[in-house]
Design a protein around this ligand. Structure first.
Ligand code: ZN
Length: 280
C-alpha cells in the first residue's frame, strides 16, 4: 500500500482560542505546533495567519515567518498557504504567493458557508491561479461542490495548471456539501471522469473529521487531512490537546488500513512537488 500524506491544518481562520487554547495563532506558536505535528507524522502543513487580535490576516510578513520556521524545524515538509477568503480582502488573498510556498489552497467556485457566502468568482480564481503559476506554487484545489471540479478543468484547459492537480473534497461545512459517504463517491466518480490524473484527499469538518478519514483510507486516497482548523475536539466532552495529537490519531487510523504516514520525500513525489530549494 502507498504511504498516506497527512496534512495538518494548524490554525484556520475562525477565531477559536476561546474555545480551545491549543489553537496556535502567533508565528512562534504555529512553528512549534507544526514541528510537533511533523514529528507525529504530518508531511504537509496548511497555514493561515492571524493578526494579534486573532482576526484573519493576509500579511506576507507573518506568512514569511511561519514558512521560515517550518523550513528550519521540519526539513522537507510541504508548506501550503491558504488563499481562503474568510475575513480577508479578496485582493489580498494571493499576496503571499511571491514567497513561493510549495503549495497554496485554491477554491475554484463559490459556496455558502455557515454565516457568509464564500465568494470565488471566475476572475478571482483565474487571477490566483495565474499568480500560483508565476511563482511555481502548486495549487491544492478545494472542492466544496461538484461544479468546482469543472472549475479546476477550466484552469487546466486555460493552461494555468497541469493535468495532474491535487484535489481535496471538503465535507461537513454547514450549508455546503454534507459529510455523507455516497456524496464522496459521487464526487470521486466525477473527479475521475473530469480530472483523471488528479491525486486526491478529503477533509471532514468538526465531528465528521475521523469518519471522512475512514472513507478516504477505505478508497486508497492519496492523503488525509486533520488539524485544529477543522476540528477542535477529540470527542463531545474532550478538546484536542494539540495538532500533534490529531496527527497521531490520523496515523493510527491509517495504520489500521495498512498504511503508514508518508515521509516528506514520499509526499513530494506523490504530489509532484520538487525538493525544497530545487523549484524552478
Ligand atoms: Zn484553511
Amino acid at each position: 500500500m502507498n504511504p498516506v500524506v497527512i496534512a495538518v491544518a494548524i490554525t484556520g481562520s475562525v477565531p477559536r482560542k476561546k474555545d480551545n487554547p491549543a489553537v496556535p495563532t502567533t508565528p512562534a506558536e504555529q512553528v512549534e505546533s507544526t514541528q510537533a505535528a511533523f514529528e507525529a507524522g504530518a508531511s504537509l502543513v496548511h497555514i493561515h495567519v492571524r493578526n494579534p487580535d486573532e482576526s484573519p490576516s493576509s500579511d506576507p510578513a507573518l506568512f514569511a515567518q511561519v514558512q521560515e520556521g517550518v523550513r528550519k524545524h521540519c526539513p522537507g515538509m510541504i508548506v501550503q498557504f491558504s488563499t481562503g477568503g474568510r475575513g480577508r480582502d479578496p485582493s489580498a488573498r494571493g499576496n503571499a504567493l511571491d514567497l513561493r510556498p510549495d503549495m497554496a489552497s485554491l477554491s475554484t467556485g463559490s459556496v455558502n458557508f455557515p454565516t457568509i457566502v464564500y465568494e470565488n468568482g471566475a476572475a478571482l480564481v483565474t487571477e490566483l491561479a495565474t499568480r500560483m503559476q508565476t511563482f511555481n506554487v502548486r495549487p491544492e484545489i478545494e472542492l466544496f461542490d461538484l461544479s468546482h471540479i469543472h472549475g479546476a478543468r477550466r484552469l487546466i484547459d486555460a493552461g494555468l495548471m497541469d493535468e495532474r492537480p491535487h484535489v481535496q473534497v471538503v465535507m461537513g461545512v454547514k450549508n455546503a456539501l454534507p459529510a455523507e459517504e455516497h456524496l464522496l463517491d459521487m464526487m470521486l466518480s466525477e473527479i475521475r471522469r473530469v480530472l483523471p490524473k488528479a491525486t486526491w484527499t478529503a477533509a471532514g469538518i468538526g465531528v465528521n473529521q475521523s469518519r471522512v478519514m475512514e472513507w478516504v483510507l477505505a478508497r486508497n486516497g492519496d492523503g488525509v487531512r486533520t488539524g485544529l482548523e477543522d476540528n477542535i475536539r477529540i470527542s463531545r466532552d474532550r478538546l484536542a490537546g494539540s495538532n500533534a495529537e490529531l496527527v497521531a490519531m490520523a496515523a493510527e487510523l491509517a495504520g489500521r488500513h495498512g498504511r503508514r504516514p508518508a515521509t516528506p520525500a514520499e509526499a513530494r513525489a506523490a504530489l509532484g512537488i520538487a525538493a525544497p530549494g530545487l523549484a524552478a
